[in-house]
Design a binder for this molecule. Structure first.
Ligand SMILES: Cc1cc2nc3c(=O)[nH]c(=O)nc-3n(C[C@H](O)[C@H](O)[C@H](O)COP(=O)(O)O)c2cc1C
Length: 225
């Protein structure tokens, strides 16, 4: 089956059935949209929210440190406050659920995760200890710490978006919000970096045509930039 979205995406033609091991995954990533058309009458249930977060946690992360948390807001009055903090983005209210993906700016899971590497026989104790110390030192730097938070949590956010799409939901990632205000409103701990806010909910129907994507020839560089 040729993906109908190939042309719109400006992507190379891939025959999903013969060229791909997981054709549905290719189809999902090619048809995902940032949905702004939510059904304001229905919201996702708890099981769906938990499934989305579980899929998000399957994202890759540096040394499997999983430096992310998810704060879900579904209370109507609190959604109204979030709309204000997101400069009036009304689709947050219509979605019914907003999830802030929060990154850690320091490897606070390091003790546990490096123990897991050793327990699984994937690293010896000495290497694990040295790698842990190196990782802690590297992210002690403020800029590196923020990069660590944003890089890892962004991958989790993309998993969340693809999972929502695969489940027939609409979802939009957002950085148009007052970061400090949202951090305070959601009572984030000091090491928590608000990375991306996701509005998610049952779709209210079609989205407008996708805007053009830059061509592969324009964005792909070989050997050097
Ligand atoms: C980092 C980032 C920030 C974004 N911020 C917002 C936002 O604040 N509000 C919004 O409605 N959409 C936001 N979007 C969605 C983009 O507008 C959307 O991804 C882009 O127009 C491409 O459309 P598509 O995702 O449907 O392919 C954001 C997307 C990304 C990746």
């Amino acid at each position: 089956m040729k993906s109908p979205s190939n042309a719109a995406a400006g992507a190379a033609e891939i025959d999903a059935e013969t060229d791909a091991t997981f054709p549905n995954a290719i189809e999902a990533l090619r048809t995902r949209r940032s949905g702004h058309n939510f059904d304001p009458e229905t919201d996702i249930d708890d099981a769906t929210l938990e499934a989305l977060v579980e899929d998000a946690t399957l994202a890759p992360s540096s040394y499997n440190l999983q430096p992310w948390e998810f704060v879900a807001v579904q209370d109507e009055d609190r959604l109204d406050e979030l709309v204000d903090l997101a400069y009036g983005q009304e689709h947050i209210r219509a979605a019914g659920t907003a999830v802030l993906v929060v990154g850690h700016d320091e490897p606070k899971t390091a003790d546990r995760v490096f123990d897991e590497w050793v327990e699984a026989g994937r690293m010896d104790a000495e290497t694990a200890e040295a790698t842990k110390e190196q990782t802690l030192a590297m992210y002690d730097d403020e800029r590196m710490g923020r990069d660590y938070a944003v890089r890892n949590a962004s991958l989790a956010a993309q998993n969340f978006l693809l999972s929502a799409h695969a489940r027939g939901l609409a979802a939009t990632p957002m950085i148009g919000f007052d970061s400090e205000g949202v951090a305070e409103f959601l009572e984030l701990p000091e090491e928590g970096v608000p990375v991306v806010l996701i509005a998610v909910g049952p779709s209210g129907g079609d989205e407008p045509e996708r805007l053009p994507r830059r061509d592969v020839e324009e964005v792909l560089h070989r050997e050097t930039f």
